[in-house]
Design a protein around this ligand. Sequence first.
Ligand SMILES: [Zn+2]
Length: 436
Amino acid sequence: MCESLRISHLMYVDDLLLFCRRDVSSVTQLVDCLQRFAQMVGLTANLTKSSIYMAGVDKTVCHRLLQITGFQQGEMPFRYLGIPIASQKLRISDYTILLDTLTRRVTSWPKVTLSYAGKAQLVTLVLQGMECYWMSVLPLPSGVIDRIYRICRAFMWTTSHPPIAWSELCRPREEGGLGLRDLSVWNRALLAKVLWRIQDKQDTLWIRWVHHTYLQQTDIWTWTMRHGDSPLIKQLLQIRDSILVASGSPSAAERLLANWFQQPRGVARAYDHFWDGRPPQPWVRTVWRSPIQPSHAFTLWLLARGHLPVRARQEYMHDRLCIFCRQSEETLEHLFFRCDVTSRLWRRTCEWLQMRPEMSTYRGMLRTFRRLYWKTSIASSARHVAMAALVYHLWGARNAWVHEGRRLDEGLLFRRVQIHVYRTLGVYNDRELCQG
Ligand SMILES: [Zn+2]
């Protein structure tokens, strides 16, 4: 195979692979070349960092080849350009380097001082970044994806009982998620690009090798799977089949691939195609509306999803009473709207910004704000910012009381909301804040 494609070596910076026949004469010639190169240039192979990999060689020849080269015998898988190279299907332990690097990257961030919104942003960057390289050349097994999620989950939440499943975070924002990427779908989208490059016969060594070894004279649409094909090839063919089914014919499938990858953001388009979406959630625009601060939007998002971990949702909790009034069970509705303490704060906020007080449930509140969404006046922005700030500070005050014993100061909390609104909008005149 190397012979017909005239591949004698692969080299990138100081990563060098040399190929030759598995016989004494070929290996002797190769060693000769290395020695002549060393005499001319003065660079010699580092014996401790060089290995020889053999396949289908009997023990005597193997022993002789090791003597000739002086190299140690290497075992598959080994890494080339950071990616494991194996003759068989990779095991989860072969992905340790990816998982370790990810863990190192994630644990280097200051977990405690970051807000949830900041953590979500960092997780997005990592999931879009480092594993992208692996996923564009390998199908990631579900066990590895689970471990990546576990690492990200441990960074994201300080508790061992996250308030919301990771799969929900991976939904687009319009569907009520955080817009993190679903790695298995992202992996398929990246591999669809590989399929496109094979179809397009791009001039790279690997694409030439795939055509030479697998497709021969056929195209990707008539390519058939063979026993013993690598997991990558099998995954590529599965993706090909799903695109064929969705498109209806090879020519339509070809147009679909071209439509994605001949334009910028092709992988994102492919991702949208493979993503099995849900209907959009009506409250999403209210929660992520500008200029609501991201950390406030995050708490509001958890409230809108009904996932803030109030005591009524925690089955193991013995004391389920509201910390503010000690009169009723701490449900979302009670804590944020029906409790005497919080309804007083809503009344003050509504009076201040001249809102009609319709805030008795969180669904009602989100409905009220949905009607305000299209208004672009300062008053509308002020009401959105105040609502999100009040929810954020109420939840913070509840946690400070529950976990640190710090009692709620209603006046101070209301003042914080006011200052936040003034600062965010740069308006310090209450009359101006209520216009529109
Ligand atoms: Zn209460």
